[in-house]
Design a binder for this molecule. Structure first.
Ligand SMILES: Nc1ncnc2c1ncn2[C@@H]1O[C@H](COP(=O)(O)OP(=O)(O)OP(=O)(O)O)[C@@H](O)[C@H]1O
Ligand code: NI
Length: 308
């Protein structure tokens, strides 16, 4: 059974449709990379997993199941229990995610409970200096603060950790260290990982599976190697083709000419059609349903005709 199951999820922010029928499954212990351009809906999907969406967000359709529990239909106590025991979150801005008025050690103790071994939890994220526990968040570097945030998110050995671009704000040297910590802790605890990122090559290196988002939907999902090496969706093919050069410059991915859509309602056809070299008439008018191509689940009328 899936640990996480997102089914046809539709999320609106006032006029903007952020998710337009997103589907995603994560199995226990699996590491899934969720990639896509800015605005494709990654953060909205990641936050929806814990019902941590901003107040202005509205779920218009679909559901999210964590270990079979419908996240959007849980009573407040059930939701708190789910967040505390089964889910962990790490966000892009590490210092902002910590309480600025509280020493690091005290914050960890709040999560862990009294009598917990704070220094052991800090050592697990390779923060060995005893001064860290006594420091306030603003006294830490970005990389150290992110490791503290990881220690807090992983303190309860959650079943699923959602990491929303946890290294985007960090220097490239520190980036790998933080990722090493996240992946090794998750492996030790058997925690599933949903890692949101722009960096397709990095994701493909570390994850079992890749889900590619475009226009608020997961347009391709499959084993990392297959998705990167033999993409079945034209958008993935463009991403995979442009990824190495973009990553080398540390730039955000700009895989295809043109801009990603900003939807205000359901996309009438395939949201990628205006930028797609393979688009035919029906792509503009008919929403693609899921098809299976080799090992991938794909939303594309011309899936499988891609030669990358
Ligand atoms: N709080 C909000 N209020 C209104 N619109 C929002 C809000 N958050 C996101 N959106 C819009 O929803 C869509 C999806 O945004 P989201 O942040 O989920 O994408 P993303 O893939 O995480 O992008 P990025 O890579 O830039 O973080 C975008 O059009 C975005 O402008
Ligand atoms: Ni985001």
């Amino acid at each position: 059974m899936s640990l996480l199951s997102v089914r046809n999820l539709v999320i609106d922010y006032a006029e903007t449709r952020a998710l337009d029928g997103a589907d995603l499954d994560v199995a226990p212990g699996e590491k899934v990379g969720l990639v896509g351009e800015s605005g494709s809906g990654k953060s909205t999907l990641g936050s929806a997993v814990g019902r941590l969406l901003p107040r202005t967000a509205r779920r218009t359709g679909g559901e999210v199941l964590v270990a079979g529990e419908p996240v959007f239909d849980l009573p407040p106590a059930g939701l708190r229990r789910l967040r505390r025991r089964q889910l962990g979150f790490v966000f892009q801005d590490p210092i902002g995610s910590l309480d600025p008025t509280m020493r690091v050690g005290a914050q960890l103790r709040l999560v862990l409970g009294r009598g917990a071994d704070v220094s052991m939890h800090l050592e697990r994220v390779r923060l060995d200096d005893p001064r860290v526990a006594r420091a306030y968040p603003h006294q830490l570097s970005g990389g150290m603060a992110q490791r503290v945030a990881v220690a807090m998110a992983m303190a309860t050995s959650p079943e699923l950790l959602v990491a929303d671009e946890p290294t985007a704000a960090l220097d490239s040297q520190v980036r790998e260290e933080v990722l090493n910590v996240v992946f090794s802790l998750a492996a030790d605890a058997g925690t599933s990982l949903l890692w949101l990122s722009h960096d397709l090559p990095a994701v493909a290196r570390r994850c079992d599976r890749i889900a590619v988002m475009y226009g608020g939907r997961v347009v391709e999902h499959g084993p990392a190697r297959e998705v990167l090496g033999k993409p079945a969706h034209p958008y993935t093919a463009a991403l995979a083709g442009s990824a190495p050069a973009a990553a080398a410059h540390g730039a955000r991915l700009e895989p295809v000419p043109g801009r990603p859509p900003v939807l205000t309602g359901p996309s009438p056809g395939c949201a990628f059609a205006p930028r797609c070299a393979l688009a035919v008439d029906r792509c503009h008018h008919e929403r693609p349903g899921p098809v299976r191509v080799r090992h991938q689940d794909v939303l594309c009328h011309r899936a499988g005709e891609v030669t990358a």
